[in-house]
Write a protein that binds this ligand. Sequence first.
Ligand SMILES: Cc1cc2nc3c(=O)[nH]c(=O)nc-3n(C[C@H](O)[C@H](O)[C@H](O)COP(=O)(O)OP(=O)(O)OC[C@H]3O[C@@H](n4cnc5c(N)ncnc54)[C@H](O)[C@@H]3O)c2cc1C
Length: 339
Amino acid sequence: MSNAPVTCEALIIGAGPAGLFAAFQLGMAGVSSHLVDVLPHAGGQCAELYPQKPIYDIPAHPRITGAELTDRLLEQTRPFSPLFHFNERATSLRKLDNGRFGVEMDSGLAFEAAVVVIAAGGGAIQPKKPPLRGIEDYEGTSIFYAVKDKAAFAGEHIVVAGGGDSALDWAMELAPEAKSLTLLHRREQFRAAPASVRRMRQMVEAGRMDFRLGQLRQLIGENGQLRAVRAANGRESFEIPATRLLLFFGLTNKMGPLAQWGMEMQGGLIIVNTADFETSIPGIFAIGDACVYPGKLKLILSGFHEAALMAQKACRRVHPDEHHTFVHSTSSRLAHKPS
Ligand SMILES: Cc1cc2nc3c(=O)[nH]c(=O)nc-3n(C[C@H](O)[C@H](O)[C@H](O)COP(=O)(O)OP(=O)(O)OC[C@H]3O[C@@H](n4cnc5c(N)ncnc54)[C@H](O)[C@@H]3O)c2cc1C
């Protein structure tokens, strides 16, 4: 595709919590933004991996779910009308002769931006999949890698496969409403928190859910509707009724092409200057889980702080001839603009 590029002040790559708050902070600093995300919605890990799980360490929100936090962040950006482009994966970047950046998506959509803010987390989020024949036929109907809507699991025969926190948390959470629930794990040891393992074993003893030792071998069903799974433990092979299969084998999230954009990297993450979160390429910033510096904590809170400092420098890059003063949100005309 050779359409003219979309011209913008800031292009934010990733609409997770860091990217969303970056749009707010840039807006406060007088910079408009476009956001791109490979997912079909905003919220990053919060929306994709744990929308209904409570988060307890967001200041002034003693308890807020991933989905609620995403909604609040979207609401907060609204006065600045950022433009969202979903299902778009940023693949290439080059510095243009005019000093701006040309960024291309794999769809062919292109942007020309004064500054680029990489808020891509650990890269495009993808669940690890077991090598099961025909798995794609059931994805989104019977097989899931995250729980977005608990109601879709009520009254079903559920098999949860995995031994980490997500597997145990969801097995225990879904068991009360399920027709049957079986946790399937390849060994007796779990990666999940010991307290969760104890609670799971109590539920199994009380007959409120089942636990089977084994590995998935075969999917049984037709037309995208799963009926059962076949699993094996050594030589023993057995079938478990399953109309819903939840797979928690971890995630892969590689930076992919972003890592080849020429910024200095460390351990697959982008090295930043902690004064302003600029990378080794002036005009390209990195915030949230995507960046690394001494003492970095992969917390939502850290991404918010990083976004605030980034915006102070980014606005000087976008409008170098303007006088910039720091303004509290309470005094900002921009933040009060009705949405
Ligand atoms: C189960 C779980 C529980 C957690 N609990 C907490 C908690 O209690 N408190 C806490 O502070 N943190 C928690 N975290 C961590 C927190 O979710 C992350 O620190 C936070 O999501 C990082 O935000 P981010 O915006 O930097 O990245 P992400 O949320 O990862 O968002 C990055 C976005 O960028 C997109 N993207 C990546 N590459 C591209 C590309 N090339 N083109 C277009 N889009 C791209 C991705 O699709 C994604 O939507 C938890 C994480 C998990 C998995």
